[in-house]
Design a protein around this ligand. Sequence first.
Ligand code: TYD
Ligand code: MG
Length: 436
Amino acid sequence: CGATYLQWQGQCGSCQAWNSLRELTQTRSKSPDAGSPVKPVKLAELRRQQTPRQATGSGELDRVLGGGVVPGSVVLIGGDPGIGKSTLLLQASATMSEKRRVVYVSGEESLQQVGLRADRVGADANEIEFVAETCVERLLPILTHIEPDMVVVDSIQTIYSDAVQSAPGAVSQLRESTAQLVNFAKSRASAVLLVGHVTKEGHIAGPRVLEHMVDTVLYFENDTGSRFRIIRAIKNRFGAANEIGVFAMSESGLKEVRNPSALFVSQHPKPVAGSLVMVTWEGSRPMLVEVQALVSESAGSAPRRVASGVEQNRLNLLLAVLHRHGGVPMFNQDVFLNIVGGMKIAETAVDLPTVLASLSSFRDRPISNKTVAFGEVGLAGEIRPVPFGEERIRQAATQGYTKALVPVGNKPKQRIPDIEVIPLERLDQALDAAGL
Ligand code: TYD
Ligand code: MG
């Protein structure tokens, strides 16, 4: 986990893992201009010197980065194997190299392999400068000589430093190589994009300190099974965290999905029981997402509650509220909940759609497929407002929905054309409004 101790101990006090401590030799990397005194600078001067961001040619990638690549910044991109990290960065490098100098450091694949991929995605990679060097001490002089605007390192786990005596990919190696690359980025105002492998638990393999050292951390979120790829900014010193970009993997590389709003909604010709579309807020934009529930009588003594894309405890809580304030007992029912398209929803606006979809399935009564809903459900059965209510309703209206069940606190001040807004105060009202 990256925690350090001065002496051996059996259990790590930070992550509680047993026998995971390894002895490491501490080394200090010298900063290139160590010794020269630092002069304070006025903030006003700094503002004048600001360099503009560089567009990567992919609107969705620029969006998660906060509007393009910032010179001198270090970006860490994590994701499962085969999800498209190398593909995305190769495509971005190709576009960037039309106007700027881009170096692609490949420690993972041979140059032939990278070349084949470039042909496949139809990227004009002729101007990209490839370097197959994984020792950071030998790599940095090459980079300093080329003076690139952007460096892609695929992957950071293959890079090692001579100053540290452990195998590439080890904690101390990662930390040292990253420190040197960060130093390079800051001193040369060159953007560095690092690819990071992800462990089974979903963390970037190696210490969490990597995430602290870099400016921006992006994660590929969904699994390789689906065609769609969601990139989320977990941390961003130059933009909004939690911003997402949506891509689709095609025969020729990753294509951006410019209007992802209708992506996570299945097109039912007729309304079906247990399905309801909600408007969720992702980063800086509203998205329509379908919530599906299946409620069926439980065969065992302990009913099953399975939630995918929403927190399971939240589902239990909502079913308890539905029992107490809606008068619908589900203790002998299995409840399965799913968010279409592998999307994950962490906000409470999913509460109301969850309750309504579950009840719709339980009663086998469909809710109109032109209806959307969002809102938090409190323990007292009240429907509580969520941020950006009006924007959510407008988005639903532009996608052709005609009825919105919303918390009374989110009722827009002015009428929104083409959509009927039904403000709700309590859960029982919501059940009536949805026709359940
Ligand atoms: P890759 O970028 O190599 O993944 P990562 O670097 O994250 O491990 O992506 C490889 C996967 O993407 C592989 O399973 C094949 C698929 N793919 C396509 O479907 N179309 C393409 O044009 C490319 C280049 C890859
Ligand atoms: Mg790769």
